[in-house]
Write a protein that binds this ligand. Sequence first.
Ligand code: 5CA
Length: 445
Amino acid sequence: MRLSTYFLPVMRDTPKEAEIVSHQLMLRAGMIRQSSAGIYSWLPLGLRVLKKIEQIVREEQNRAGAHEVLMPTIQSADLWRESGRYDDYGAEMLRITDRHDRDMLYGPTNEEQITQIFRDGVKSYKELPRNLYHIQWKFRDEVRPRFGVMRGREFLMKDAYSFDISAEAGTVSYNKMFVAYLRTFKRMGLTAIPMIAETGPIGGNLSHEFLVLAKTGESQVYCHADLLAEALPDEGDLTDSELQGVVDRWTERYAATEDKYDQAEFEAAVPEDKRVSARGIEVGHIFFFGTKYSEPLGCKVQGPNGEMITIQSGSYGVGVSRLAGGIIEAFHDDDGIIWPASVAPFHVGLINLKAGDADCDAACEMLDRELAAAGIDVLYDDRDERAGAKFSTMDLIGLPWQVIVGPKGLKSGEFEVKNRATGERLSLSPQATAAHLKSALADVL
Ligand code: 5CA
């Protein structure tokens, strides 16, 4: 992508309305613009990140055996009256009336809708278990939308819903999502710690929030330090008992958000030198609520002896748009964002220090073509701009690698390759540059 034709409205100064670093950097790097309180437009650079996050979430959901669907944003109030949540949900729900005076709402979540779809489509226990998910915009009229996309009113969520014949089978589905979440956040470079949590308006009695530790997190959390270094299970399918083993390993040590925290319990469970008390960002939340929705909505299947059995369900959310901010909170420095390669909007920023110079242009274009052929996304700064402005823009938008091409280096046949995270710089021939980047990025191509 040539920067001269791209839409990247970067800002030099820190916008006053933004309180935390991710919000400031998302505005400054031209990723998002506010439309109204808690509602944002995603500009080209931001949208690329959002799509990368979404794709990692999708791949891990698919790997865990869930099937993707897409439900609408606007739902009928009648369905929510059936479950009893229409009145319970309160002021956070955006209620709408259509031209025929029918009550509608902008979905804050989709338990009712998916239960209806499932109820009408599945008749026998033989068709269980199933897990359906979608990645869709939600609306919650938060009292205090803040921190940019971290607490928006409109936000992108992955929500999955499991359907099982028994509570025991439901636990297996819950465990599958639990492990899928560990893998999902790990692929984004994050250490997300599962913590026992309140279930709030979703309901149920088994629930974990996944929190990334960050100074600006909204939640106060308490956990055992060893959880920060806990290893993930190997790739590949796990048996039901292996799954339970992983969940046990992650849940046997103390980890709780402020809602569930108990000081005496914490101190009894964790030796003093292992007590972590920190702020955290909730990037995912999973719930097992049994028959909370299937019962009122009559979601039943025929069992092996012809009897009707009420389905056992759970729901599993990931804050896809929140993650864009959460990842920046975890990875930035004074100069800007430092994207993990798996979610970076482009892998490489190619800086032409003398755009218009035939040799520099030719060298850049050749590298751009070669990297593109290897599946590497390059943002090529071919603008006629000062070197300083080019460097600071590249540092601000945080692409993992920069390649700097100028007349001086070219004379000795060398490009400068900079690692954004470490600041390390190498002088390499054009061939060695391409080889270096291909090997450094091999994991994410
Ligand atoms: N139906 C369930 C799970 S599918 C549910 O709605 N859970 S939730 O309320 O916990 O939301 C799931 C995830 O969405 C949260 O973990 C959080 O990462 C994200 N989220 C929730 N509210 C917001 C918000 N206002 N702005 C951005 N992300 C949010």
